[in-house]
Ligand binder design. Structure first.
Ligand code: M6R
Length: 366
């Protein structure tokens, strides 16, 4: 059932090229220059006329929502707010019938997300679901939706659900960008082709597994770890930290790289590994100077860089390369090494990778 892999988590990490492809199959029609998604097509007016989109989710799905915020605002010019479902439902938010709420949930059973949906519906919002489990409570409770076609995710640590959620949300953002006239026809085509190329780039990224295992060996006994990223890769930093803490029990925090100097930099010493996402484009120069600040305080740098990178290679302790892609799609690649890093570290520490302590696959109580 684990298809020859030692753990579900590893199997699911390796399934990502296929899962992403399954998710855009039949929807992304690059040769026709078209994105077809029934749930969006049938409710296009609601999305186009929306004052804003509110995204609610928990955990990893909330991180996918944050990536989506960058994509929707950047590409489709639609204002987006991303909320933890648990906070949103209890803080008497201002919601009107001009709002569109997108709920993201792998399991479709998360209690807080479900409650947030019910509340938004009562206040007149149009509610759209992005779920993985077909026929789940959230899929049934929403007005419309789009499934991720990741296949069953068994490992408690979410992996392929995250990348397929980003895939679905990218398709929606691109479709709306085109329908709203916020993006030129040629740019739209460029993104479609780029998205089509992601599965093989994920495949390529997975080839770093051996190198990542060696890096894991060096840092497996760390007690703390920082993850930094900017722009599209800030949520990836949060996700990397969540993955490490939940399966290896190492304390980890994700931060926007520029926030370092507002506090966390005080933590840096030779004992502190810092994982930095430093891909080309996306404030590259600024991230390089953030790396220098850490190095001058003896921190250890594990950098995720674009293939062929030179500047970061000179200063980082370890570099893991990912293929080049357009900036909004970098999270689909930069996430992969972080999943593998946490997997190997957890394994080396003798942790139960697929079923970490105190956690359940779906959180059906608030
Ligand atoms: O099923 P959902 O996507 O609604 O679950 C949300 C979170 O409980 C989930 O992502 C959790 O944070 C994972 N264990 C993260 O790996």
């Amino acid at each position: 059932e684990k298809g020859g892999y030692d753990h579900f988590m590893l199997k699911e990490i390796y399934e990502q090229p296929r899962a992403i492809l399954d998710t855009y199959r039949g929807r992304l029609l690059a040769d026709q220059g078209l994105i077809r998604m029934a749930g969006i097509d049938q409710n296009l007016e609601k999305f186009i006329n929306a004052n804003r989109i509110i995204i609610v989710a928990c955990g990893t799905s909330w991180h996918a929502g944050l990536v989506a915020e960058y994509i929707f605002e950047d590409l489709a010019r639609i204002p987006v707010e991303v909320e933890y479902a648990s906070e949103f439902r209890y803080r008497n938010p201002v919601i009107t019938d001009k709002d569109v709420l997108i709920a993201i949930s792998q399991s479709g059973e998360t209690a807080d997300t479900l409650a947030a949906i019910k509340m938004a519906k009562e206040k007149g919002a149009f509610v759209f679901g992005v779920c993985n489990v077909v026929g789940s409570s959230i899929a049934r409770e929403t007005h419309a939706g789009a499934y991720t076609h990741a296949g069953p995710e068994i490992g408690v640590a979410s992996t392929k659900a995250f990348t397929t959620q980003i895939t679905v949300l990218s398709l929606i953002a691109l479709k709306l960008a085109k329908e709203k006239g916020a993006m030129s026809e040629s740019k739209f085509h460029e993104y479609l082709t780029e998205l089509e190329g992601i599965p093989s780039k994920v495949e390529k990224t997975l080839e770093s597994n051996k190198l990542i295992e060696e890096i894991a060996e060096v840092y497996k006994d760390s007690t703390n770890c920082l993850y930094l990223g900017r722009g599209y890769n800030f949520p990836v930093a949060l996700e990397g930290a969540l993955k490490l803490k939940e399966i290896s029990y190492i304390h980890a925090e994700g931060y926007p790289a520029a926030e370092m100097k507002h506090g966390p930099i005080a933590l840096i010493d030779e004992e502190m590994p810092v994982v930095v996402i430093a891909t080309k484009k996306g404030h590259y120069e600024k991230v390089v100077s953030n790396i220098q600040e850490i190095k001058s305080r003896s921190g250890k740098i594990i950098a995720i860089v674009t293939e062929g990178d030179k500047s970061v290679k000179e200063i980082a302790d370890h570099v893991i390369e990912v293929p080049e892609t357009s900036e909004p799609m970098t999270p689909l690649l930069t996430t992969i090494p972080l999943q593998l890093l946490s997997y190997h570290i957890a394994l080396m520490r003798g942790c139960n990778v697929d079923q970490p302590r105190n956690l359940a696959k779906s959180v059906t109580v608030e």
